[in-house]
Design a protein around this ligand. Structure first.
Ligand code: SPV
Ligand code: MN
Length: 632
């Protein structure tokens, strides 16, 4: 061990913890820990290995330190983040970029490296004073696999450490086995919740900063607790991985992984899917009768010429709002059991049970929540009604509690072979419920890059405004969008059988303004895509891809949902709307031009050609082209 930090670390670690660190014989780990032990000045550091004893110690400390409380089901706990720390801090999250590279970064939220480093060092100096910190070792993706990215988390939050033990695979053994030459290759995360108030919530939110250094694979996260801000392995690691993937020629995507099952034909077909928030991502991953592998982040690699994917995570940090016995029975049932779940930012009722919005049960009139003591009708200091739980309240739970987990895919060291990719947006009047892309490149440029989500009456601001959301990944893409888009194209084209790409839109409205199909119709669109992958069903061409024929959908509605699907509804839903599509492509172009002014011209030229094609179609067939009418 480097003598520089040895005395300090021996002094603040138990012999057991020090022994675990020393056994790694990894000077990069020791330097990282030693540097921040000195700089952040915790009272002690507990070093975790992969043992159940250490997981239990972290659980116990989260309770003992008041970061979590036990609920009526004793295996369940509740944690609250500060009233203003209830979501990702987009403004305070910045990439620290060397001066010479700053001009290339487009609209990414950046700070000049030296300035950012000085600021974060200032904020974090002595920030752990008087606190007990934790050091953990994890793997993104399965351990000992071609996907593995080893990670070290150093934090003073036992809630964060507890969440990470649920959400990721502990990998101390992986670090023990690292060979010389690979020992420096790990992601580093340093986090402090900072000074805490009487409710154990971060006090100095004005000093909340998340600074990312993709050049050295380290993220500094200070003065926050909300897991999207604090948990290094989740969205911080994702940004580092996207950058690394861009340099190395693989992909890290904001996607679920699931298996669509055709039991009669004995087929299991893996799909990944990206949907902007509130566009149906989790509900697609959880379609009844299918299987789930992951719900949020996937790595894609070319393994032996195949397009293979792993779920980076081991657990889920899911939105709890609207999880109820009717709409989300599998998740709801698990949240009701006496098994390990951390509820965050929900109400703790007088009966010691958790309650949330859209739970589908009678909820108490008082209790404690993210606001503190709560009773119905209470207002915050801005005069705003405080709901019983926050709309972004969450549950943190192992994924393998779910009865619909695909165990085989979840554990597979080489990942699963992906055959279909779904890109789902939300619009009331443009894209059809499901459309196949003729090839990979068209799929990336017409389905993935054009993803948008439309604001609804449930969100703040004007209704019907479309937010661009290429690949549903804009919050995490950590290098210029044009290059990222080209890498997406190049990756798919580098594998032998690249997956088919499909678009989804579950939110088309009929002439009366209502949704035209039930929430369950997504199962039909999925099974049509599944059939297409296996060479079934004829299609009709459109200027952007291939759509289903009526008879096939009619049969699928009957088979999967026992529902009648009318030809009139089909004809309305699958109409190609030329002007709407041209407007969509113009919005995409404008978004790219702003997000990354260096986006290669070939991408804009591609969209211009698509616009010309659609204009020609409009001339020949009219603005609204019914299915089957368009001819190439
Ligand atoms: C998301 O917002 O995409 C999430 C939750 O998955 S967070 O951890 O906040 O990123
Ligand atoms: Mn996410």
């Amino acid at each position: 061990m480097s003598p520089k930090y040895e005395a300090l670390l021996r002094n603040i670690m138990s012999p057991d913890s020090f022994g675990k660190l020393a056994a790694l014989k990894n000077p990069w780990v020791t330097d990282f820990v030693g540097f921040f032990a000195e700089h952040c000045a915790p009272k002690s550091i507990y070093v975790c290995d992969d043992s159940e004893k250490d997981v239990q110690y972290v659980r116990d400390q989260a309770l003992a330190k008041g970061e979590e409380e036990r609920l009526a089901n004793p295996a369940q706990t509740i944690h609250w983040d500060g009233y203003c720390d209830q979501g990702r801090d987009k403004n305070g999250t910045r990439f620290m970029v060397y001066k010479e590279n700053l001009a290339d970064m487009g609209a990414l939220n950046t700070i000049e490296y030296e300035k950012g480093y000085a600021e974060i060092m200032d904020i974090s100096r002595g920030i752990m004073k008087g606190k007990d910190a934790i050091l953990q070792f994890f793997s993104e993706g399965p351990t000992e696999s071609p996907f593995t990215i080893p990670c070290v988390q150093f934090t003073d939050s036992w809630y964060v450490a507890h969440s990470e033990f649920i959400l990721y695979r502990s990998a101390y053994h992986h670090f023990l086995g690292m060979k010389e030459g690979e020992k420096s290759g790990f992601f580093r995360f340093i986090h402090s919740a900072g000074a805490l108030d009487e409710r154990n919530c971060t006090d100095n939110l004005d000093q909340r900063r998340i600074y990312m250094d993709t050049q050295n694979n380290i993220v500094y996260s200070m003065n926050n607790q909300y897991a999207g801000n604090s948990v290094g392995l989740k969205k911080h690691s994702m940004r580092l991985a996207i950058n690394k993937a861009g340099k190395e020629g693989w992909l890290c995507e904001h996607m679920f992984i699931m298996a669509a099952l055709d039991r009669e034909k004995g087929r299991k077909t893996y799909f990944c899917g990206a949907y902007p928030s509130a566009c149906g991502k989790t509900s697609t991953a959880m379609i009844p009768g299918e299987q789930i592998v992951g719900d949020d982040i996937a790595y894609f690699r070319n393994i032996g010429g195949e397009f293979r994917a792993v779920n980076v995570e081991f657990g889920m940090f899911g939105i709890i709002k609207d999880v109820n016995a009717k709409d989300d029975p599998l998740i709801f049932e698990n949240l009701m059991k006496n098994q390990e779940v951390i509820f965050s930012n929900v109400l703790r009722g007088p009966d010691g049970k958790p309650y949330w919005l859209g739970m589908g049960v009678k909820t108490p009139e008082e209790g404690r929540n993210h606001f503190g003591r709560w009773r119905k009708g209470i207002k915050d200091d801005k005069g705003k009604d405080v709901p019983l739980a926050h709309g972004n309240a969450r549950y943190t739970m192992r994924l393998d509690y779910l009865a619909n987990i695909d165990k085989e895919g979840f554990e597979a060291k080489n990942g699963v072979k992906v055959e279909g990719i779904l890109y789902g947006g939300r619009d009331s009047d443009t894209t059809v419920p499901v459309e196949e892309s003729p090839n990979w490149k068209d799929g990336i440029l017409l389905k993935a890059a054009t993803l948008e989500s439309e604001t609804t009456s449930a969100t703040l601001g004007a209704e019907g405004v479309r937010d661009a959301s290429p690949m549903a990944n804009m919050d995490f893409v950590s290098y210029p969008l044009g290059r990222y888009t080209l890498n997406n194209i190049a990756f798919g084209e580098s594998v032998k059988d690249c997956p088919k790409i499909f678009s989804n839109n579950y939110f088309m409205r009929g002439p009366d303004g209502n949704f035209m199909t039930s929430k369950l119709a997504k199962k039909v669109w999925l099974h049509w895509a599944e059939g297409r992958i296996h060479g079934e069903y004829d299609t009709y061409d459109t200027p952007t891809g291939k759509i289903p024929r009526y008879a096939d959908l009619k049969a699928l509605f009957k088979k999967h949902l026992n529902e009648e699907f009318s030809e009139a509804d089909y004809s309305y839903l699958f109409t190609f709307r030329c002007t709407k599509w041209i407007e969509k492509l113009e919005r995409t172009k404008a978004f790219y031009a702003k997000a990354d002014p260096n986006t290669p011209k070939e991408i804009f030229d591609y969209w211009d050609r698509a616009i010309t094609r659609i204009k020609a179609a409009r001339e020949r067939f009219g603005d609204e082209i019914k299915p089957g009418v368009y001819k190439i």
